[in-house]
Design a protein around this ligand. Structure first.
Ligand code: ADP
Ligand code: ZN
Length: 763
């Protein structure tokens, strides 16, 4: 058997089992241990392009993640198991008698079919025949699970129809322009099917099999225009077009204020890549939230677009993967995992809203799609564009250092400029007994919009009805039995829910601690805001967009479509509304409580608040109507609020960097966060102590070790959690963590340990 290529799937012995794995390279010196042979090679050539294999290897190393998990991300979505191998006879001069060879004389067969016909697994027999050069085993590229459809065409052969059915078929086909899917042709009259077959026999119709790529859930939009670039856009495009046409790795940071026309820049750069015959990946934080952008891309790039969204069925995902792999789809749009799309000859990667936390995968492997995109661009020798109105501190710092080339769009498209922002001090409103949810100015502004038939967005970054259920007798709050958090009340206060583990019960009627029956709902979330708006403006059509909807298929899309079509006057929502693109009739953005998030014990809380407020303010007044923003706060002097109102990114960056430098947080230093968890609190604590001690011994001034301490979320899903935070030089920390964990747990598995390199949040 030939040495399998890197990236090929092989069958390997694994204890008593046989498992399928991916070849990563020749084995290193086994150091006294016995190496076993591979039992079989499933792929003659690797399934994915080499840069993706390199990317998987890089991820495993950079994120200290299990290599298998990283390779799985770059392999076909049906996993490394699904085999559609086909065996084919290479020589006809083999004497009869070998069952496999005899079965193949009639033509190539699926290995699974062979195994059924011959009984038993033919793998070892096939392997021998392959070594002898008699048989080839290949992935069946033609029929890899694609659905096929029959298409009928009129051949033009002279003919006089016999009977009504034949005449009907011919008429229908002519009406369809001489070409149609057979299934469509006979859909309402299945009895015509016989006539179709007869006509095909007579040579009047040609029937061909065509692959039907399931293109789901993407409505082709009206073909939007292709506007002439503004001078600013043209400036960015000169640099990008040149980089794309030249090829080669080059990272860009496109810093453009909200509404400055970044999308058009992405699209034109993508066109340049297509002209150079190279593919494009466009990453978005969340596909469902930007239906307009997706539609614009589909209209612009047509059939060559593949949209990878989370509601694809397994079959659809499979089709899209292979369409991309074979170069049929050259423009791929998707959320974070689309960074692994197997685009051959990649010519451009765009990461829109690069500052978004949604790009970080919170389960193993804990990768950041923006950073992975930059690495992939490097491995593919392609330019990469990170775009944002509020770049992450990391990316802006990289631009200042010259690591990224900075491009700017400092102005909004159109005559309007950025919206006016008014800050309401909620402390004063509450002192005078006003409604803290809808202060009088916000309420009046909403009424004015309703009268003018304009739309409003109301942001409150907290879902649910009330934030807790408080016992007035003993002062305790209802909490989750599995996690150390209070339960949030939903459905008008009737349902109590844990936002961390999903635990749900009807809201208790009595306190769990003292059996007291005087319970009070405290705090409020989006549900309550909807209630308040409906009470204040009975005529308004109010809708809500938050995570509670996301579990219902298509619900997010429907809320957004209703709002876009003007069927909703006021849309209340969490940060999900801050991202939605470009609603021209929105002239008011109200922020119910701008301080949500500022109090969180996380080093990014100011950055997140600044980004959220800047982004949501950018939703107001984007077309020909002027916008207004009303921000309610208890803390109007906080720099994140003040500078977001002033839309002063540079000042915010300077101020926030000071804090990061003082405290040793990114981008001033790298972080690695370890969480050790166990149902037994003593075991978790002991493990954490031991690992932390080992890490301190190896520090030698290259990094600092904080903890172990109980994690901010001390108990989650019945497990106790301890946290160790490392700050300093990334390479040294990674090495030290690897050593400490291998020493404590062994080479391959670190049970109960979550390693997060470059964490986005340390809560
Ligand atoms: P951003 O992503 O930077 O927030 P968008 O890409 O959504 O901004 O663009 C804002 C609006 O400006 C959109 O309605 C878009 O169609 C429009 N637009 C973009 N470029 C041009 C242009 N060159 N001429 C006219 N309109 C444009
Ligand atoms: Zn819970």
């Amino acid at each position: 058997m030939a040495v399998p290529e890197r990236g090929a799937r092989v069958v390997a012995p694994f204890g008593p089992r046989r498992v399928i794995g991916v070849v990563t390279g020749p084995a290193k010196d086994p150091e006294g241990r016995e190496l076993k042979d591979v039992l079989d090679v499933l792929d003659e050539s690797p399934l994915v392009p080499t840069p993706l294999l390199d990317l998987a290897a890089w991820m495993a190393d950079h994120y200290l993640a299990p290599p298998g998990e990283c390779y799985r991300l770059v392999m076909p979505p049906d996993g490394v198991r699904a085999s559609r191998a086909v065996a084919r006879l290479l020589r006809s001069d083999v004497p009869a008698g070998n069952a496999v060879v005899d079965a193949l004389r009639g033509g190539p067969l699926r290995v699974s079919t062979l195994s059924r016909r011959l009984g038993g697994d033919p793998a070892s027999r096939l392997a021998r025949l392959r070594r002898e050069g008699v048989v080839a085993v290949e992935q069946d590229l033609a029929s890899r699970g694609f659905r096929h459809v029959q298409v009928a065409t009129l051949t033009g052969a002279p003919f006089v129809p016999r009977g009504k059915a034949q005449t009907e078929v011919i008429d229908r086909l002519r009406a369809a322009g001489g070409r149609a899917q057979v299934a469509e042709l006979v859909r309402d009259r299945p009895s015509l099917r016989g006539a179709v077959d007869r006509l095909a026999e007579l040579g009047v119709l040609g029937i061909e099999e065509e692959r039907d790529a399931r293109m789901p859930g993407v409505m082709a939009g009206e073909v939007a225009g292709r506007p002439e670039p503004t001078a600013d856009q043209a400036g960015c495009l000169r640099a990008l077009d040149e980089a794309v046409a030249r090829g080669g790795y080059e990272p860009f940071l496109l810093h453009g204020v909200t509404g400055s026309g970044k999308t058009e820049v992405y699209f034109r750069a993508a066109e340049t890549a297509l002209v150079a015959d190279r593919g494009v990946i466009l990453l978005l934080p969340e596909i469902a939230l930007t239906p307009l952008l997706v539609r614009a891309a589909v209209a612009r790039f047509g059939a060559t677009v593949a949209v990878l969204h989370s509601e694809l069925s397994a079959g659809e995902r499979h089709d899209q993967w292979w369409r991309i792999r074979e170069g049929e789809s050259r423009v791929v749009i998707g959320a974070r995992s689309a960074v692994f799309a197997p685009v051959p000859d990649l010519g451009l990667i765009v990461v829109d809203e690069e500052h978004e936390a949604a790009y970080k995968q919170e389960d193993s492997p804990r990768y950041h799609a923006r950073d992975v995109a930059v690495m992939r661009a490097k491995l593919e020798s392609a330019p990469v564009v990170l775009g944002s109105a509020t770049p992450s501190l990391e990316s802006h710092a990289n631009a200042l250092k010259g690591k990224y080339r900075r491009l700017t769009l400092p102005q909004r498209i159109g005559p309007r400029g950025l919206p006016r922002v008014e800050v309401i001090d909620r402390r004063e409103v509450m002192r005078s007994g006003g409604d803290p949810i809808l202060t009088p100015p916000l309420r009046e502004a909403l009424e004015a919009r309703l009268a003018r038939k304009e739309q409003s967005l109301l942001l409150l970054n907290r879902r649910g009805y009330a934030t807790s259920l408080l016992c007035r007798e003993c002062g305790q709050q209802a909490s989750c039995p599995n996690c150390s958090v209070f339960l949030t009340l939903h459905r008008g206060g009737r349902q109590a829910m844990c936002h961390y583990c999903g635990y749900q019960v009807p809201a208790p009627a009595a306190c769990a601690f003292c059996r007291g029956e005087y319970l009070r709902l405290t705090g409020y979330g989006t549900e309550k805001v909807v209630e308040a708006v409906s009470a204040a403006l009975p005529k308004a059509r109010v809708d809500r967009l938050d995570r509670d909807l996301a579990s219902r298929r298509g619900a997010v899309e429907k809320v957004l479509a209703d709002f876009e079509a003007g069927r909703t006057d006021v849309l209340v929502g969490t940060q999900m509304i801050a991202k939605s693109h470009d609603f021209p009739r929105v002239t008011l953005v109200g922020v119910v409580d701008a301080d949500v998030g500022l109090g969180l014990p996380d080093f990014r809380s100011a950055e997140r608040t600044f980004q959220l407020l800047t982004q949501v303010a950018g939703r107001a007044g984007r077309a020909d109507l002027a916008g207004e923003v009303i921000l309610q706060s208890h803390w109007p002097d906080h720099y994140a609020l003040r500078l977001a109102c002033a839309q002063d990114y540079e000042a915010f960056f300077e101020r926030e960097m000071e804090f990061r430098r003082t405290m040793g947080y990114p981008p001033a230093a790298a972080l690695v966060n370890l969480v050790l968890r166990s149902r037994d609190p003593a075991a978790a604590a002991a493990n954490a102590d031991q690992v932390a001690r080992r890490l301190r011994e190896g520090a030698a001034g290259r990094y600092r070790v904080l903890g172990p301490a109980r994690a901010p979320l001390a108990r989650l899903k019945q497990e106790h959690r301890f946290q160790i935070l490392l700050k300093g030089d990334r390479t040294s920390m990674r090495e030290a963590v690897r050593r400490a964990l291998v020493e404590r747990y062994g080479e391959t598995r670190w049970p109960g340990v979550a390693v997060d390199v470059d964490p986005v949040s340390v809560m």
